[in-house]
Design a protein around this ligand. Sequence first.
Ligand SMILES: Cc1ncc(COP(=O)(O)O)c(C=O)c1O
Length: 382
Amino acid sequence: MKNRKLLMIPGPTPVLREIQDEMGRETVAFGDSHFVADFQQLIDDLKELWSCDGMAFVVAASGTFAMEMAVVNNLKQGDRLLIVSNGFFGDRFIEIAKKKGYEFDVISAPWGKVVSPEEVQAQLENREYDAVTVTHVDTSTGAVAPIREIGKVVNKYPDTLYIVDGVCSVAGEPVDMTKDHIDVLFSGSQKAFGVAPGLALLWAGKKSLARRETLPDVIEYYADYKKWAPVMDDTKKYFATPAVNMTWAMKKSVDIIKAEGLENRYERHKRNAQAMRAALEAMGFTLLADPSCRAVTLSNPIYPKGVEDLAFRSELERQGVQVAGGLGAYAGKMFRIGHMGNVDEHELAATVCAIEKTMHKLLPGYELGKGITAFLKSLCTE
Ligand SMILES: Cc1ncc(COP(=O)(O)O)c(C=O)c1O
């Protein structure tokens, strides 16, 4: 008999049966009164949980769409954007900025490290910007940016909006729009929310909604706040057909988050991340992210000498665990493993054991048990 396949890539993450059941429900009209109420509840909860003083948007799309929505409603052609990039997904804003005709500067950190608030401060003193983008957790490196400290810096410049990519962080890493001075936060359903891919989530604070009012009409049709705002204000209204079943799945995920409590959820992510990192290091991997900035949502382990990427990932998949490959210069040298959302300790322990079996097969002399011992010690002594 084959092992059940464990989805341990950094998104999509495992989807709980109760969330899957929402996707499997009989679809109703988007004007159905029960659906309208559920959708409204979801919007209200999203605003409250992440302290948004403006509006939350739930739109059928992926995280990349949310990146686009975040900039086009806050910047016009020729506006100045400061891109704070800690890796592959931070750099995606460069491509977007070029296409949109923004004037932009980039401050980058070497992969595995993050740009400091002081560097952001120095750049903002140097030049005026209409907005700053920061990737909270760059999935290519597993490093977490100090968004609160950067928020304090950006907040000193009232005409500069602070846009945070929370695709790989929201619902796993602590983030609070009010305390972190964030004007636009966005995410996707498929990572720390533990829902299947398909929904873009965006929170626009008051300042961002006001900025949209000052822009000439945006040329993007589906991404325009103004098209969606009436729906998010009153979910009976129609602009474009909402993803009814995905919206229910998202609502279930948020109900689970409320029942767990955000602080408990953050603590659980921290505990699991520590145990997973301890296991990976004990098994001979080196983590790409600097110890000062390791994310709790995923880890990016570099292979020890003698372990080849494709052989490792295909043997691990044969053992029943899927992980993702490295990106950019780390392709072939590293893999990426998610430990976020509703993944539980059983799944994490099984994953560590499958990695041990893979190492045993690929690396002569590998001593079995180092990883799971470190994992259990970390969990049981925390
Ligand atoms: C930090 C970050 N931003 C943006 C994206 C893009 O999201 P999507 O693949 O859902 O379009 C990803 C995807 O992994 C991501 O990790």
